[in-house]
Design a protein around this ligand. Structure first.
Ligand SMILES: CCCCCCCC/C=C\CCCCCC(=O)SCCNC(=O)CCNC(=O)[C@H](O)C(C)(C)COP(=O)(O)OP(=O)(O)OC[C@H]1O[C@@H](n2cnc3c(N)ncnc32)[C@H](O)[C@@H]1OP(=O)(O)O
Ligand SMILES: Cc1cc2nc3c(=O)[nH]c(=O)nc-3n(C[C@H](O)[C@H](O)[C@H](O)COP(=O)(O)OP(=O)(O)OC[C@H]3O[C@@H](n4cnc5c(N)ncnc54)[C@H](O)[C@@H]3O)c2cc1C
Length: 672
């Protein structure tokens, strides 16, 4: 495999690590990419995007002012957008505009975030999912060609989670065949939408639809908010940026207020429900929640996004841990590489395994999503609730796990991991937002719990359940599972834990209603358990999917690759079994002796994986331009890069900062 040759000598410790690796790295890269041809395609696209240096910043993004950072990000977005439009989409095919390959190259341009991300990330998918064929013909080519730039304005100052509580109104006027968009209260300001503040000239708006004097709930509208030539906000539109936040600092998350702003009837996105010219409302024939489709789509894609982010953090932390030496183990012996500490391996090897677990699960979820879309095309929406339950819990758990693993990667890099030049703080703050946006963690797990409680009741009634909850058919009446210390045994025990927790929720709700509580209060009182049950279900799905997909995907692999992929999956199973010993003790016959044995095997496995650690992160094949890290580059020149980056600090532009003469010296002389 062609590796982008480092310009400098590779750090000797890192070079030695690469000699230790005992499997074919390229084979694993091909598995991650989804096949050899996909690796070739990805590399071709990366060469187009990255070889001309357009992604490079003279001054690090983080050293710029807010305005400069935004302006620089727009500049790079335009260069990048142009490359996507003219060269990259030709290779992927226009239908793959959200291909992970494009997503990867975007990271080389933006350490933080592109102000255009939500244009491709949500605006375009909404047009694809919510427009009639005529509307698609009108809007989609312009959006894909970037003649218009869009945002997704759903959340308001007062409501994000509870979509039915949104206050923006869209009132239909049949005489003029127009909708009037209005923000009636301060809490109805649209708030948060990425790219809305300064970049977008259009946006999709979620608003309460009124026609013939009746409210029909939230629907989507496409709205032009700025003049395409002057970029000035149109009359009736107040738009701006919401201010600095934890991350997302090079983008312009926006606010938007409508003052009786008129749009043509055709601007309601009418694939599912519509308003006729005379004002008659025609509701969706299929399902009431199809306007939420973009959210489901993004939740599905976020699982692969999390895999990518963990793989970046793991690459940085593992390469750094191979270079970094700290603390004598024995007097007069060289300090070991910190990667030799089992505690360090415990923090980091699970990250490699999780990146694989999420990647394989995301492919499986994507196929499930496509199958549901195909069913819906034929008018069958029966599979939608399961997809909603699945995408909700996988989004919640993958973003939450990614966040804690990335934080562990930062801890694993000690003080240097706190430097922005390590890139770990950027990765962390980006992923922190994913736990909240597109549906908060708790809220989405409670959506899954609704589905699970219903499924449990159906299992109790002897009905056959769909695939992801079919374990409830087998385990509904099981009390404590006989512990079986095999891989399949661990997976089964997680299904029994999930079934036990769901059963306990059902019982709590029933006990509470039997004692006089109404159902809503009984549900509310049980929500802490319900979140735990949905998480347990998600763990069972993740473990089962990772294990079975790993076995399928490595069927034709070489023996060494099979072995290391197998070791990672076993590590994942054991890690989670040990994390959940309390649940195992409660729901299975596992003994202290069994758990001690599991712990011993886990520690041995860390040692077995140790020689392959650097090889495994090299297999993610993340170019230095994408990693943006002083600690994680391929050549391991960690200390040299930290010094080079320090010199880029604007505070080092002059030997004495003017504040000394203005403030410090007068203070020292008592003249302040
Ligand atoms: C090259 C570049 C590529 C870049 C790609 C990078 C990836 C990142 C991309 C984008 C970044 C995204 C940035 C962030 C954008 C946003 O955050 S947009 C705003 C997102 N907002 C939310 O997610 C809000 C969360 N809230 C909800 O989803 C819902 O309100 C709710 C599910 C919590 C409740 O909805 P509600 O209308 O109140 O429904 P209920 O009455 O509770 O439920 C009725 C039944 O409907 C079922 N249901 C709910 N949602 C769905 C759905 N989506 N699909 C199918 N069914 C649904 C619900 O379960 C109920 O069913 P039952 O009655 O049978 O129990
Ligand atoms: C970086 C970023 C980018 C974003 N981009 C966009 C965008 O482009 N477009 C857009 O429309 N929106 C966007 N959002 C908004 C985002 O979708 C919402 O913030 C998110 O859905 C959470 O909603 P909320 O802020 O109303 O939180 P809240 O719902 O107010 O949550 C606050 C707390 O209350 C809890 N809670 C709320 N409801 C319940 C419940 N029913 N049961 C139990 N607990 C509950 C939550 O768990 C949480 O702990 C973005 C947000 C961020 C942070």
């Amino acid at each position: 495999m062609k590796i982008n040759k480092p310009k400098h000598d590779v750090n000797p410790d890192l070079a030695k690590e690469r000699l230790k690796c005992n499997f074919n790295i390229e084979e694993v890269t091909n598995i991650i990419d989804g096949g050899k041809d996909k690796t070739v395609q990805r590399k071709k696209i990366e060469d187009i995007a990255l070889n001309n240096g357009a992604s490079l910043d003279e001054v690090p993004e983080e050293c710029l002012s807010i305005k400069e950072r935004y302006e620089n990000a727009v500049r790079k977005s335009c260069v990048y957008g142009n490359l996507v439009r003219n060269e990259m989409l030709e290779i992927t095919g226009i239908e793959n505009f959200e291909s992970p390959v494009l997503r990867r190259t975007a990271d080389a341009f933006f350490k933080d975030i592109s102000p255009f991300m939500l244009h491709l990330g949500m605006f375009v998918p909404t047009l694809i999912g919510q427009c009639t064929p005529e509307q698609t013909a009108e809007w989609l080519p312009k959006a894909l060609d970037m003649q218009i730039i869009g945002a997704y304005a759903q959340t308001e100052l007062g409501h994000g989670t509870f979509i039915r509580g949104l206050e923006t109104t869209a009132t239909y006027n049949p005489e003029k065949e127009e909708f009037v968009l209005h923000s009636p209260t301060i809490t109805s300001y649209k708030w948060w939408a990425g790219g809305l503040g300064k970049t977008a000239n259009h946006c999709v708006v979620m608003a309460q639809l009124y026609t013939q004097g009746k409210c029909h709930g939230t629907h989507l509208f496409i709205v032009k908010i700025r003049d395409l030539d002057t970029h000035m906000p149109l009359p009736g539109i107040t738009v701006g940026e919401i201010g600095p936040r934890m991350g997302f600092s090079s983008a312009d998350n926006g606010f938007l207020r409508f003052d009786h702003f008129r749009i043509p009837r055709e601007n309601m996105l009418m694939k599912h429900a519509k308003v006729e010219k005379d004002g008659v409302y025609v509701k969706s024939a299929k399902h009431g929640k199809l306007t939420y489709g973009t959210m489901v789509f993004i939740r599905v894609t976020l699982v692969s996004e999390m895999s990518f982010n963990i793989s970046k953090a793991a690459t940085i932390a593992i390469r750094y841990s191979a270079v970094r030496r700290q603390t004598e183990l024995r007097p007069n012996e060289p300090e070991p590489q910190i990667l030799d500490y089992p505690t360090q391996q415990h923090k980091l090897f699970i990250c490699i395994a999780t990146a694989h677990a999420f990647q394989l699960t995301s492919c499986w979820l994507w196929n499930t999503f496509q199958a549901v879309l195909a069913d819906m095309k034929k008018g069958n929406v029966d599979t939608l609730p399961e997809l909603h339950a699945l995408s909700s819990c996988l989004k919640a758990v993958s973003t939450s796990d990614a966040l804690s693993h990335i934080e562990q990667c930062r801890f694993a890099c000690g003080g240097h991991g706190y430097m922005l030049s390590s890139n770990l703080p950027f990765i962390y703050s980006f992923v922190a937002a994913t736990r909240t946006y597109e549906g908060d963690y708790t809220v989405l797990l409670l959506q899954t719990a609704r589905f699970l409680v219903k499924a449990s009741e159906q299992a109790e009634a002897g009905k056959k359940l769909t695939q992801t909850v079919s374990y409830l058919n087998r385990t509904a009446n099981a009390d404590r599972l006989n512990w079986d210390n095999t891989h399949e045994g661990i997976i089964k025990s997680f299904q029994v834990i999930a079934a036990g927790k769901i059963g306990q929720c059902v019982k709590s709700i029933r006990d509470r209603t039997a004692s006089g509580m109404d159902y809503e209060d009984a549900w509310l009182m049980t929500t802490v358990q319900l979140v735990g049950a949905a998480e347990a279900h998600c763990r069972a799905v993740l473990l089962n999917t990772y294990w079975s997909e790993m076995r399928k995907i490595t069927e034709a692999s070489s023996a060494d690759v099979k072995k290391v992929m197998h070791q990672l999956a076993v590590l994942y199973l054991m890690y989670w079994a040990l994390e959940k010993t309390g649940d195992l003790l409660k729901y299975s016959s596992v003994s202290k002796k069994d758990l001690d044995e599991l712990q011993r095997r886990y520690e041995e496995l860390l040692a077995e994986l140790r020689p392959n650690a650097v090889g495994l992160v090299d297999a993610f094949d993340l170019r230095d331009e994408i990693l943006h890290s002083s600690l994680g580059s391929y050549d391991g020149r960690v200390y040299e890069r930290l010094i080079e980056e320090a010199h880029k600090s604007p505070l080092n532009d002059e030997p004495v900062n003017q504040s000394f003469h203005k403030y410090t010296k007068p203070l020292m002389l008592g003249k302040l």
